[in-house]
Design a protein around this ligand. Structure first.
Ligand code: GRF
Length: 203
């Protein structure tokens, strides 16, 4: 049997993406296991979801540290303590710093609810709806120092319907996010991703 890839998940919110990763892991759909969940928000729903799967959780609040560097140093050591090989950002609402990326080179991935490079940043679904696009979607990408900017691994599309609200579009995209994140993790676990400049080759 293939050795399981060790994941660390960072989440600030409800954690439905985390939930789908946990489910994919426990059902054997991905050759990966979540070793630790870290949140910067003590009330994040993601923490309860992790506990329900008996995954260790840690809360690291930015306000408890004198600098972003010190805050991230604590997170890096949490991840290293759990021998994490791939860091998955799942609704983590902070920009990752240089030292963090250097500690996990090409080993930090993020999911964004838009077809990047369109609509980076906050409220991506609302941006898409307001812009009037007919097709929306989500992107999993490697993380670099800019927001929602690193090399794109996988994308999925959904239609924008005539009567869509931000919420209905958000839900349609979220369903694809859940599928796409596990698919990406499995590609990483089976060493099928090769980074060539900005292009991610799927082997
Ligand atoms: C998702 O839409 C994700 O793409 C974005 O933040 C949201 C997190 O949702 N980065 P959840 O906490 O996983 O439910």
């Amino acid at each position: 049997m293939q050795k399981k890839l060790k994941l660390g998940v960072l989440a600030s919110g409800s954690g439905t993406n985390l939930q789908s990763i946990l489910e994919s892991s426990s059902s054997g759909k991905i050759d990966a296991e979540v070793k630790i969940v870290i949140s910067d928000v003590p009330t994040a729903g993601a923490l309860e979801r992790a506990k329900a799967f008996n995954v260790p959780v840690t809360v690291r609040e930015r306000s408890s540290y004198p600098s972003k560097q010190a805050f991230e140093a604590a997170i890096i050591s949490d991840l290293k303590d759990h021998c994490v090989e791939l860091v998955c950002l799942a609704g983590y609402m902070r920009i990752i710093g240089k030292e963090f990326l250097a500690a996990f080179p090409n080993r930090v991935i993020n999911i964004h609810p838009a077809l990047l490079p369109s609509f980076p940043g906050l409220d991506a679904q609302e941006q898409a709806l307001d812009y009037g696009v007919k097709v929306a979607g989500c992107t999993v990408h490697f993380v670099d120092e800019k927001t929602d900017h690193g090399p794109i691994i996988l994308q999925a599309t959904v239609p924008v319907l005539e009567d869509d609200t931000v919420e209905s579009l958000r839900q349609r995209i979220l369903k694809e996010e859940h599928r796409l994140y596990s698919e990406t993790i499995q590609l990483f676990a089976s060493k099928r991703l090769r980074l060539e400049g900005r292009r991610v080759r799927i082997l």
